[in-house]
Design a protein around this ligand. Structure first.
Ligand SMILES: [Zn+2]
Length: 173
C-alpha cells in the first residue's frame, strides 16, 4: 500500500507494520540541500520501505532521486548533477544485533525511535553529493582549473559554494 511519507519517522511502529511510503518533494523542502542548489522547485522523489528483521530490528530501505543545480568548481557556472542515493539501514541497539544483518544493511547504533523525515533524507542526499561538482567536459582553461583546485584544498567545498552563490546573487542585482 502506498501513502505519503509522515513528517516523523516512527521506526518500530512503521517497521512492525512493514509500511511503504513514497512522496515527491521539492528541493526547497530540504533547507540544508536548498542552500547549495539553485533549482528550488525541482522534484525530489523519495521511497521508504520499512521492515522488522529478527523480530526486533527496524530496517529501512530507501531510494531518493533528484537533480541539483550546483556551482561547478572549475568554471563557476551552473552544473546539473543527477543523484540517486539508495540506502539499506538497520537500526540496532547493540553491536551483537548487527552481526546477522551487516552483509545486507548499514547498521546504525543507538538511534532514537522517532526522528524527522526531512532531516533523515537530507543526510542521505548530502553524503551522495560529490565534494567538488564539475561539468563532465573541460569547461575552463588549465589556469582557472589549477586556481579552483588549490582553493578547494583550503576550504570546505560547501562553505565555498555558499560564498559563491551569495556573490553571484549580489552581482546580478
Ligand atoms: Zn564547469
Amino acid at each position: 500500500m502506498k501513502q505519503g511519507i509522515p513528517k516523523q519517522i516512527k521506526l518500530f511502529k512503521f517497521s512492525s507494520r512493514s509500511l511503504f511510503f513514497s512522496q515527491t518533494y521539492k528541493v526547497k523542502d530540504f533547507p540544508r540541500i536548498s542552500d547549495l542548489a539553485s533549482n528550488q522547485e525541482s522534484a525530489v522523489d523519495v521511497e521508504l520501505g520499512f521492515e522488522l528483521k529478527e523480530g526486533k530490528i527496524p530496517c529501512v530501505k530507501g531510494r531518493v532521486e533528484l537533480d541539483l543545480a550546483l556551482v561547478c568548481q572549475r568554471c563557476l557556472g551552473e552544473v546539473s548533477i543527477h543523484l540517486e542515493p539508495k540506502f539499506q539501514l538497520a537500526f540496532i541497539k547493540n553491536e551483537q544485533q548487527g552481526e546477522a544483518l551487516k552483509d545486507d544493511f548499514e547498521t546504525i547504533l543507538g538511534a532514537d525511535d522517532e526522528f524527522s523525515t526531512i532531516e533523515f533524507i537530507t543526510d542521505e542526499v548530502l553524503i551522495s553529493i560529490p565534494m567538488a561538482p564539475m561539468h563532465d567536459y573541460a569547461c575552463a582553461s588549465y589556469q582557472q582549473d589549477t586556481q579552483a583546485t588549490s582553493k578547494q584544498k583550503r576550504e570546505n567545498p560547501f562553505a565555498m559554494l555558499e560564498q559563491l552563490r551569495s556573490k553571484n546573487g549580489r552581482s546580478k542585482k
